[in-house]
Design a protein around this ligand. Sequence first.
Ligand SMILES: NC(=O)c1ccc[n+]([C@@H]2O[C@H](COP(=O)([O-])OP(=O)(O)OC[C@H]3O[C@@H](n4cnc5c(N)ncnc54)[C@H](O)[C@@H]3O)[C@@H](O)[C@H]2O)c1
Ligand SMILES: [Zn+2]
Length: 251
Amino acid sequence: MDDRKIGQVADLLQRAVSVVAFTGAGISAESGVPTFRDNNGLWEGYDPMKVATPEGFKEDPRTVWRFYHKRRQQAQQVKPNPAHLALAELESIRNNFLIITQNIDGLHQQAGSKNVIELHGSLFKARCTKCSCQLDLNSCSQEILSDEPSCPKCNSLLRPAVVWFYEPLPEEEFSAAMESADNCDLMFSIGTSAEVHPAASFVWQAKANGAVIVEINPKPTAASQIADISFRIAAGEILPKIVEQYKSIGQ
Ligand SMILES: NC(=O)c1ccc[n+]([C@@H]2O[C@H](COP(=O)([O-])OP(=O)(O)OC[C@H]3O[C@@H](n4cnc5c(N)ncnc54)[C@H](O)[C@@H]3O)[C@@H](O)[C@H]2O)c1
Ligand SMILES: [Zn+2]
């Protein structure tokens, strides 16, 4: 059954001028990063309203920073899985391929993908709460990595450069994602419940603009109703097969 669909998707990849992969927490599940919904909405026992809202940060920046330091350290220990690697390979063998991710774990980049729009920011970045300073936490001193880190330029409190509940998506990333969703012929929706808007709306937008939607998720999702082809299987099992088939038909 999946073999026929793999062939179909390889043909679509061959014909498409522009391809987007929209990814969510599920693509990192096989790397050992827990998805949100699998944990009863709790993140490692933390209440998301306390660690993932601007109000929670205002009230207790130390707890929030501790949570993000811990998540960053965990992310440093995990490796990209075959799904991330297959998407990175796809980028290297075809033109006009872009990933729009809701993930903040950096695993697409670690796998070698370069065209990645991080809609929800990154665990590896911080930004100042007052000035426009942005920092790459991979190359920061221990002082910056404290539980109440301050801006090297203006000394104000730094915050994780991730998008929290009730916050808008970053403008530049949002418009770049919008443009590519408008212009693609083929969109993969991979490992996402497609329930959190506005991020998930890119799938509907691509569909409305004529793109074929291919969903990869072991469970049905909000986007299943508009998907043209659905694979009910783990992303790491099917994506390498799709890329192999695409390569074998001569791209
Ligand atoms: N409680 C919360 O705080 C919470 C809950 C959900 C989403 N969010 C936010 O919403 C955003 C979007 O959520 P999301 O869709 O990325 O995550 P999600 O946790 O809502 O969904 C993950 C999806 O991945 C699927 N999945 C699991 N293993 C898979 C595998 N091996 N291969 C393919 N799919 C697999 C699951 O069936 C599920 O549909 C997140 O970035 C986060 O910011 C927060
Ligand atoms: Zn500053």
